[in-house]
Design a protein around this ligand. Structure first.
Ligand code: 4NP
Length: 146
């Protein structure tokens, strides 16, 4: 199973989602491969935002090795599931989907809720970690049971 996590910058939210989901997969011996990407290109080649790296480190999920990249159309073929953080990401990714099979792979990580962008608020990184962790745990249950 290959899963892609997508946000706007690929430096705050989706690196956390990648790290958390990879950790859950590893701990449960699921053998899943997780990656992340941003719809925007401003931070391509950079590591995650230090605030995300710090909260992830505190929770035992290392993400410092990750390198930012932009979402690309070939991701629709490479990945089985594409989880986006908010409705802007959803619209941006769906606008690139070539067909229904691709469209069907794309979902909000939290189902019907959004993961808010913490970029402009240092206090939001810990709650965002918790939201993403809850979402990832639900997805693990969902995908394992199917
Ligand atoms: P992310 O947060 O989408 O969770 O990575 C952001 C990071 C950078 C920017 C916006 C959101 N930015 O505008 O540079």
């Amino acid at each position: 199973m290959k899963i892609l996590m997508v946000c706007l910058g690929n430096i705050c939210r989706s690196p956390l989602a990648e790290g958390i989901m990879q950790d859950l997969s590893d701990k449960n011996n699921l053998g899943w491969e997780i990656d992340s990407a941003g719809t925007g290109n401003w931070h391509v080649g950079q590591g995650p935002d230090r605030r995300s790296t710090r909260v992830a480190h505190e929770r035992g999920v290392p993400i410092g090795h990750q390198v930012c990249r932009q979402f690309r159309q070939s991701d629709f073929e490479e990945f089985d599931h594409i989880y986006v953080m908010d409705r802007n990401n959803l619209a941006d990714v769906l606008a690139m989907a070539p067909n229904k099979q691709a469209t069907d792979k794309v979902k909000l990580l939290l189902g019907s809720k959004e993961v808010p962008d913490p970029y402009y608020d240092d206090t939001q990184f810990a709650p965002v970690f918790d939201l993403i962790e809850d979402g990832c745990k639900k997805i693990v249950k969902e995908l394992r049971d199917n």
